[in-house]
Design a binder for this molecule. Structure first.
Ligand code: DCT
Ligand code: MG
Length: 444
């Protein structure tokens, strides 16, 4: 029985499926505990979804179709594939036959068809066609440029632009984010490792503590869920004395820029005001925290934990090489130096990507910084830990099952017409009537 970790208790359509939970089975071995059976709930925020699971072949196939739907701006279809994939990720055993899926929630007709095909033939025709499609490849390549969304990519694709190189040749006017996205394209599409995230965390901590001692910095996003790589690094910053965090970001950004750590940054101010916001769900799921989208210049030199600052190396370059002009200067090692950055007095010197002829001692990394008032910290932490689908499911659960509105700022109870305060994620799960799911099990 212990080997039968999960099974469908009833083959009758519509009846709840019973699974034996592996964790609880282990618990059962402790004397005095009853064998526990649990049903597979339909909201991802009711389930434990670990990072490593047993159905990657199936979830990879569904994720490609989800991505294609999202790139085609078919959000509903994308979410349907993501929900189906998330359900499979939460199962404690590999699915070997479609009959095992009978009665499980979240599996729409289309997803089931794809799953059956993969189980029977090893591949799905639709997935194969998608991955080989010129449009899908081009849309992935173009939206892989920082600052380029599906709408813009689609417009360019229709003009015959399929790759970043095509875009470079096209002579299109690009905004500042897109210029940086193109300049650091290859690096920004390389996964960021946990070690790099930790190194950036040390820099962020130095910057934040330099301008606001006592502030707290938390690594959020995928790394908080236990991922070993990510597409960016996300940090949440707060201060126990509410109000001290106001206007923090411009000071942090100035410190980082002065030290030469930023290749690009765009800061937006905090526009959330509970009294004005009202309980209604914001039009967009985007939160209104003070936020900085940036590209960091991370040293890859082996200098132990000491990170070389950009300023030091820049000063060194200038003085050693006697650089006078600011554009297109040739260094002694034959590398071309290119100037980036907004402020003439805070110019960052970087080795031109295409002209670089020798090894470089740093890489570009996408970093998101978010500042939250202390009283909203638990909501911000929950909202920024992800996964995206887990967050979506939490908000859906709140609205449909609890008549509540959840955002990264607050939780509002529509029946009691009041905000529900919380100082920890656990309290928010309790308000929502949900079992607490730790970050490592939010990988839906
Ligand atoms: N988020 C969300 N909805 C979005 C975008 C983001 O709820 N539309 C939340 C969930 C994750 C968090 O913000 C950080 O976003 P990302 O960095 O995009 O996600 P990630 O899980 O950290 O993924 P990666 O590891 O690739 O960075
Ligand atoms: Mg992230």
């Amino acid at each position: 029985l212990l080997d039968m970790v999960w099974y469908t208790a009833s083959m009758q359509a519509g009846s709840p499926v019973i699974i034996l939970d592996r964790h609880r089975l282990q618990e059962r071995e402790k004397p005095g505990l009853e064998l526990a059976v649990v049903s597979v709930p339909s909201y991802a925020c009711q389930r434990h979804t670990p990072l490593l699971h047993h159905n990657t072949t199936l979830t990879d196939a569904l994720s490609i179709l989800a991505e294609n739907a999202e790139l085609s701006e078919n959000e509903g279809r994308g979410v349907a594939f993501r929900r189906a994939a998330a359900l499979l990720k939460s199962l404690p055993q590999e699915v070997r036959g479609a009959e095992q899926l009978r009665g499980l929630p979240c599996l729409g007709e289309h997803s089931l068809r794809v799953i059956k095909e993969v189980l029977e033939d090893g591949v799905s025709h639709e997935v194969e066609t998608t991955t080989h499609s010129e449009q899908f490849k081009a849309m992935k390549a173009l939206t892989g440029i920082f600052g380029v969304g599906a709408k813009t990519a689609d417009r360019w694709f229709r003009e015959g632009i399929h790759t970043p190189s095509d875009l470079q040749r096209s002579g299109h006017t690009l905004n500042r984010a897109q210029q940086a996205g193109l300049q650091y394209y290859d690096e920004l599409n390389l996964p960021v490792t946990k070690a790099e995230a930790v190194a950036i965390g040390q820099i962020v901590e130095r910057a934040v503590h330099a301008v606001l001692p006592g502030a707290e910095i938390t690594l959020i996003g995928g790394f908080r869920r236990g991922k070993q790589t990510g597409h960016d690094v996300d940090f949440l910053i707060t201060h126990p004395d509410e109000g001290r965090e106001e206007g923090l970001m411009p000071k942090v950004v100035s410190w980082l820029e002065a030290q030469g750590f930023l290749l690009y940054q765009k800061t937006t101010g905090n526009s959330y005001l509970e009294s004005k916001e009202g309980p209604a769900r914001p039009a967009s799921n985007m939160d209104r925290f003070e936020r900085c989208f940036s590209i960091f210049r991370l040293s890859t030199d082996n200098e132990g934990t000491e990170i070389q600052t950009g300023l030091r190396s820049r000063r060194g370059l200038r003085s050693r090489r006697g650089l006078r002009s600011r554009r297109g200067l040739r260094s002694r090692r034959g590398m071309t130096l290119v100037v980036v950055g907004d402020h003439a007095q805070k110019v960052s010197w970087v080795l031109g990507h295409s002209q670089c002829s020798g090894p470089r001692s740093w890489r570009a990394v996408r970093v998101d910084l978010v500042v939250s008032p202390y009283s909203q910290f638990a909501f911000a932490l929950l909202g920024w830990t992800g996964s995206k689908l887990f967050e979506r499911e939490l908000r859906r659960w709140a609205v449909h099952e609890k008549a509540m509105t959840l955002s990264s700022h607050a939780l509002y109870d529509r029946k009691r017409t009041q905000y529900l305060r919380a100082s920890s994620e656990e309290e928010i799960f309790t308000h929502l009537g949900l079992e607490y799911i730790p970050p490592c099990d939010r990988n839906a």
